[in-house]
Design a binder for this molecule. Sequence first.
Ligand code: HPA
Length: 313
Amino acid sequence: MTAAGKRDSGKAGQRESGAEAGRRGSGKRDRYQRGTDLSDIDAAAAAIRERAVGRFPRVAVVLGSGLGSLVEQFRDPVRIPYQAIPGFPDSTVAGHAGELVMGRLAGKEVLAQSGRFHLYEGHDAATVALPVRVFAALGVEILLLTNAAGGIRRTFSSGVVMLIADHINLTFRNPLIGPVLEDEERFPDMSQPYDEELKRLARQVALERQVGLEEGVYAQLLGPSYETPAEIRMLERLGADAIGMSTVLEVIAARARGMRCLGFSVITNPAAGISPQKLDHAEVLETANRVQLQVASLVEGVIAAMVVRPRND
Ligand code: HPA
């Protein structure tokens, strides 16, 4: 189904999985095979502009599971439910709201994504990365990402916040597969996926605000089952400090458009086998909720300190 078609289909109140939406398809090309094209991006960006007239955010924040409260600090918030955005599926995961919120934070216009799309919901890599591409089309240049993750590094305890120094893509998916979109590179450099200057700001803000901040490598797997202890031992040997089911594909799409990225993982649990404890999503949400004010403080501090281009530049 085309983006415009989706807008007209009035899906409010219905819930459909990504896989169902995919099977419905476009008639000619199945959404889950074709990836994103420019009309998807343009239609979504136009719908957002219509609802947030005169708002020009340069910064977007992707809020991970249980980390949604940042938007409560926004001034003059405009909330845009995913149902109002062509091409955006509904968020189906507990702890993920399913809306964009535009508002002012630390004196800057910020766009927050509350509820992301995951591969494990049945979405393809292009759908996972669609919001990031739409943000770029809206003029966003800096992308801050947060997520909940299992701690692989043995000194990490639950509630630790980790600055993502680098990542490992273990999804074997990539949102850039397919035709090269305008404003994107075919072979983007990934030698600095997370921006050095933003990382420096994050460390400085953590010191000033006395928020403990570790640093390490985040690996993304497909999920949705948690890992086995053997898989975690393998990931440890591969150099991963934290494991989760998001973020990496979004950063790949962002880098292909030249956006600068910064990521924070909240270690919500010791990864499988690191402690004898069983894993469960309720615990993940509970820990994320417990430390979300600290993460919000880091994000707010970084936004306050960063320099963004003025609106008509
Ligand atoms: N594994 C994968 N994803 C996660 C975990 C985990 O242990 N905790 C939170 N997200």
